[in-house]
Design a binder for this molecule. Structure first.
Ligand code: SF4
Ligand code: SF4
Length: 441
């Protein structure tokens, strides 16, 4: 698998080259070239901001289709806690879980249940690794990918515990193998995802060699399918839920940090806030904190681009649902062992660096600064890059040219036309001289 695989793509037939997306991308991964947007996959962190902003719906996320269920003999739905925040007047999580079974899954295993196990493991890890404070959460794959490419000094602060959905897949398959006697490869664990970053993480996990997740459905695709089944089962739903308050809370910002039962933490959401916090951690502003929870989407997973409900309403709905639940229903007695920890260290991928050595980078930075002086500093985006600096960097990388800037191009044309006029005048003068010479003969 390509280590820079990403789930956010362009539907070039719909793209109008309007440059809205280039301005919004937090990693400056998009350029407009020949009238169409192009994503540089090495820079993209699958945050979904470009999907949100594109007025022409040209940015899309890829995920699996429902017919994937046919590929396996036994299928298990892994619903993220944010799914419960999508429905109006939902009183009981079991209604959603039973509807998942009615729509075709053989079983369900709540990601919230595994999240409670992760909370317990995290509490233990944080206590034992004071030297790594502030420890940064790794549940949001966009944040982990951002740190991997842009914040090398923060890699050692990452919490090396698998995301709840990965642990849910391990536990769900183990349970299914025991109950059905089927081998693992005939059991499909399918995640109901709120965002493209988690689709990517399931296909190409960071921190782990492989994931037990066999497919990912988008929450927005599952939502309309579930509604009629929810009506059918709402009177007497089967008891399937395994999450307590802590597990459900993971669906929105502050839920993961709340499950640590500490006060000394920070929880931020929204990709711009996340970047600000990461810069502040680099500047050692938060050394006194034990834990930092970061979510790329506004409101946390409820704000994922594959959800249907307003994130703030979804957050209130989750709060209401967890009101009467016990604090936690899942503990470390669950047989999770080594599968819960990362087995592949994350390495810095310096995709934003201009050169391969420090000397080369310094020389290229000087060239970038020289180029910036030539540009008007308007950051207009007409060149297809989000800022004048981004265009200068593209030129230094050899993927753009100075005349992509319309202001430079105008000056160039102006100069060319002056030069042509001068040439014309000179030639005119020369002709007159020649004529004079001929007349006098
Ligand atoms: S916002 Fe980006 S992807 Fe959408 S039409 Fe404009 S240039 Fe194309
Ligand atoms: S998903 Fe995010 S990082 Fe990737 S191109 Fe879109 S806005 Fe940029």
């Amino acid at each position: 698998m390509d280590k820079f695989f990403n789930s956010v793509r362009l539907n070039s037939d719909l793209c109008k080259g309007c440059i809205n997306c280039i301005k919004r991308c937090p990693t400056e991964a998009i350029r407009v070239r020949n009238g169409k947007a192009v994503i540089t996959k090495e820079f993209c962190i699958d945050c979904g901001e470009c999907i949100r902003i594109c007025p022409h719906h040209a940015k899309v996320a890829i995920y699996d289709q429902l017919d994937l269920l046919k590929k396996y003999e036994y299928t298990i739905a892994l619903p993220a806690p944010s799914l419960y925040g999508q429905f109006h007047n939902l009183e009981d999580i079991n209604i959603v879980l039973c509807a998942l079974k009615r729509m075709g899954f053989d079983d369900v295993y709540e990601v919230g249940g595994a999240a409670e196990v992760v909370s317990e493991l995290s509490r233990d890890y944080i206590k034992k690794h004071r030297e790594k404070w502030p420890i940064i959460s790794t549940a949001c794959p966009s944040v982990v990918r951002l740190i991997r490419v842009r914040f090398p000094n923060l890699i050692e602060h990452l919490l090396p515990i698998r995301a709840p959905v990965d642990i849910a897949a391990v536990l769900a398959k183990r349970k299914a193998m025991k109950e059905t006697g089927l081998p693992k490869d005939r059991i499909g664990a399918i995640f109901i995802s709120p965002c493209p970053a988690k689709v990517t993480a399931a296909k190409n996990p960071l921190g782990n060699q492989r994931s037990e997740i066999d497919g990912t459905f988008a929450m927005k695709e599952i939502y309309p399918v579930l509604l009629p089944y929810m009506k059918e089962v709402c009177k007497q739903p089967e008891e399937l839920a395994i999450s307590g308050k802590i597990g459900i809370s993971w669906g929105s910002t502050g839920g993961e940090a709340g499950g640590l039962l500490i006060d000394n933490y920070l929880a931020a959401d929204g990709i711009e806030n996340v970047i600000n916090v990461l810069e502040d951690i680099e500047d050692q502003k938060f050394e006194h904190l034990e834990f930092i929870e970061l979510n790329a989407c506004n409101g946390g997973c409820v704000g994922g681009v594959l959800t249907v409900e307003n994130p703030y309403l979804a957050k209130v709905k989750l709060k209401r649902l967890r009101k009467y639940l016990p604090v936690a229903c899942n503990h470390l007695e669950q047989p999770v062992g080594k599968e819960a920890l990362w087995d592949k260290p994350i390495e810095f991928e310096p995709v934003f660096e201009l050169g391969e050595s420090i000397e080369e980078s310094i020389a290229k930075i000087a060239k970038v600064e020289e180029l910036i002086e030539k540009f008007p500093g308007l950051d207009c985006g007409c060149c297809g890059a989000p800022t004048c600096k981004a265009l200068a960097e593209d030129i230094v990388r050899g993927v753009a040219k100075e005349t992509d800037c319309i202001h430079v191009l105008r000056q160039y044309i102006h100069k060319l036309s002056n030069d042509l006029s001068m040439l014309d005048l000179n030639q005119g003068g020369l002709k007159n001289e020649n004529r004079k010479g001929t007349d006098s003969e």
